[in-house]
Design a protein around this ligand. Structure first.
Ligand code: STR
Length: 407
């Protein structure tokens, strides 16, 4: 694939994600793509992604992007919020990255998360009570009443976000992620999120509690405590990443099971564990379609192409999850019997590997088991072909998931 190759236009409306995933993968290992008029490289192979994710010549620093330096990309670009949020572990590398990440990563180790398990179980139970009431007489959409509130509630307990803010945060994040939000509106949303979280950090600075936000404020970080802007950026990254992706994981797993009834039966019979459901969903229908963006500090050869110094690079996780070179010729099939050795990359790899991976697995495991224990006869209320994605270019986010609870 050469620089002259005609770029694949990534559909901002996400009308045919399966088709697009296939087209991007079939175009090669290093594919020129068009992101709302802006060119970038898409990495589509598991092996290349794994290598590049530990390559120090690829960095998060927006200042290394040729198109940003030249002014061709500005804050008018609808995807700017994905690559230029506040300063946090998400936007820096090297020693600064370790400094910004350490405290958060320690707080979400599997052992520390055991404290959150009873909270997640209780919230799940309460939400399912509500689902039951709403679904008593007809179909109920699992997204607004179950999959959306659960992750926001859990990340809020961890970070100390006031539940009274949830309804507004859902509105703001929906507008933030949607590719079709008018840009002036999106910039206003980003401004409001900044204000909300800055206010919260100031309140915690005045009166720390036992939440992770307070711990970030108080952390010494080897004599270099985080600045207010860094705490705000970290809090935003945790809330932004911690809810949107987990909604996708839960819904995509439910959708996969309801469209593969034989495999669902094997799970309900106890022949297959929920961990297999989660890992196979992460591979086959990962919540993250494209992760924006890294920038090359020098020329980097990949497969049969070259990423030039200053180019932008996207890791296309959905294509990577279906890479037959790594997962075999049946990579396009959802198969819970797949050997766990066929490790997916859905949480990334290397220094930026998702710090919330254990939390999302814990949440999805509790949510899915509780949902199907309560409603073992759950079924889709619309034909699977009618399910649509949200117009969110970077995420694999189903618009709604209407189900019948009792068969
Ligand atoms: C959302 C907006 C914000 O305030 C901060 C961040 C930083 C972390 C980002 C998040 C963003 C969007 C979703 C991301 C997340 C890190 C992992 C997550 C990209 C831009 C994924 O979808 C993989």
């Amino acid at each position: 694939m050469s620089d002259a190759g005609c770029p694949i236009v990534i559909d901002p409306l996400v009308r045919d994600l399966d088709g697009e995933t296939r087209r991007v993968r079939q175009a090669g290992a290093l594919v020129p793509i068009d992101l709302l008029g802006v060119p970038a490289w898409s990495v589509t192979r598991h092996s290349d992604a794994r290598r590049l994710l530990t390559d120090r010549r690829l960095v998060k620093d927006l200042g290394r992007w040729r198109l940003w330096r030249s002014g061709e990309v500005t804050r008018e670009w609808p995807l700017i919020g994905m690559i230029d949020p506040g300063r946090s572990m998400f936007t820096v590398d090297g020693a600064e990255h370790r400094r910004l990440r350490a405290k958060t990563a320690q707080a979400v180790t599997p052992r520390r998360l055991e404290n959150l398990r009873p909270v997640i179980e209780r919230v799940t139970r309460q939400l399912l009570d509500d689902v039951e009431v709403r679904g008593a007489r007809g179909p109920v959409d699992l997204k607004p009443v179950f999959a959306r509130p659960l992750p926001m509630t859990v990340i809020s307990v961890l970070m100390g976000v006031d539940p009274a803010l949830h309804p507004r945060l859902h509105v703001l994040y929906r507008a933030f992620f949607s590719t079709v939000t008018p840009q002036d509106e999106r910039l206003a949303v980003i401004g409001e999120l900044d204000r909300v979280f800055t206010e919260m950090v100031r309140a915690r600075t005045a009166r720390p509690t036992d939440d992770l936000t307070s711990a970030l404020i108080l952390a010494d970080q080897g004599g270099e405590p985080l600045t207010e802007a860094e705490v705000v950026g970290t809090l935003q990254a945790m809330v932004g990443a911690g809810h949107e992706t987990t909604i996708g994981l839960i819904l995509n797993a439910v959708r996969a099971l309801l469209t593969h009834p034989d495999q669902l039966r094997a799970v309900l019979d106890g022949a297959v564990g929920w961990d297999a459901v989660i890992e196979e969903t992460l591979r086959w229908d990962t919540p993250v379609s494209h992760l924006l963006m890294r920038f090359a500090t020098e020329d980097i050869a990949v497969a049969d192409g070259v990423i030039r110094e200053g180019d932008g690079v996207v890791i296309s996780y959905r294509a990577i999850g279906r890479d037959p070179e790594h997962h075999g010729p049946d990579a396009d099939e959802f198969d819970l019997a797949r050997t766990p050795a066929a490790k997916h990359l859905a949480f990334g790899h290397g220094p930026h590997i998702c710090p919330g991976a254990a939390l999302s697995r814990l949440e999805a495991g509790i949510a899915l088991a509780a949902l199907f224990v309560r409603f073992p006869r759950l079924r889709l209320a619309v034909p699977a072909e009618e399910l649509r994605n949200e117009p969110v270019l970077t995420q694999n986010d189903v618009h709604s998931l209407p189900v019948h609870l009792h068969g």
